[in-house]
Design a binder for this molecule. Structure first.
Ligand code: B16
Ligand code: MG
Length: 217
């Protein structure tokens, strides 16, 4: 029985990945190497500092801890400047209608994101009021694929993990949902999100009845 839905932010509610990529690529370029779009895929759902470590590994660059913090802060300033362009129209297709359906059905609605900017972004796209709880990068101590982010969300909503559904676009996020004991819906491609219980390309033409049918099959 589904009682609550927990949503990842980037790649599920809104496409901020393109801004993360521009800002990370600039950081790489400043350090003298390039970051391809394919390399950027690995950074989805991964925290800011872990992403930086992966990028430095790609470029074979070593930095002091202080330098890492200042480069990451600089990246974040650039990222947030790019996010300023976003409007409610940037909410991914079908998301708002699906959340409206959940509200009508009195489902719990929560956010489970690795981002420390989650609230700012939800405000920009005017979606903050949908969420009864927000578990973001400021609250968690263990990032995806650890289940902490979604277990905290379930707890906030007073719902057992087995009654929660997670919507995720990242492999690490699907793994996090599965180790939390939740039903995992992948947003994207089946070949990439093979560990999900069910995969859809997006929320367009996807309704609560489809989710219920999938979770019962
Ligand atoms: P920030 P999600 C994640 O968001 C992004 O997918 C990931 O690319 C990013 O590094 C991470 O948030 C941290 O973001 O720098 O804003 O704290 O997909 O978990 O919503
Ligand atoms: Mg994501």
């Amino acid at each position: 029985l589904i009682k609550a839905c927990l949503f990842d932010l980037d790649g599920v509610i809104v496409d901020t990945a393109r801004f993360h990529y521009i800002a990370w690529r600039q950081l790489a370029n400043d350090l003298g190497f390039d970051l391809t779009e394919q390399e950027n895929e690995q950074l989805k759902g991964i925290s800011r500092m872990e992403s930086l470590e992966i990028i430095l590994g790609i470029g074979g660059v070593e930095l002091s801890e202080d330098e890492k913090l200042s480069r990451a802060a600089e990246k974040n300033t650039r990222y947030l400047a790019l996010c300023q362009q976003m409007t409610p129209d940037d909410t991914l297709p079908g998301v708002r209608a699906f959340l409206d359906e959940l509200k009508v059905a009195s489902m719990g609605i929560g956010l489970g994101s690795a981002s420390k900017n989650a609230k700012i972004i939800l405000e920009r796209i005017d979606m903050l009021s949908y969420f009864q709880t927000i578990v973001d990068g400021n609250r968690i101590t263990k990032g995806k694929p650890d289940p902490q982010v979604f277990l905290m969300g379930a707890d906030d909503l007073d719902t057992l993990p087995e009654n929660c559904v997670v919507f995720e676009d990242a492999v690490a996020g699907i793994q996090s949902a599965k180790s939390a004991g939740m039903f995992a819906v992948g947003i994207g491609e089946k070949s990439v999100l093979a560990e999900a219980d069910f995969v859809v390309p997006g929320f367009n033409d996807f309704h609560l009845a489809d989710l219920v049918a999938a979770s019962e099959s």
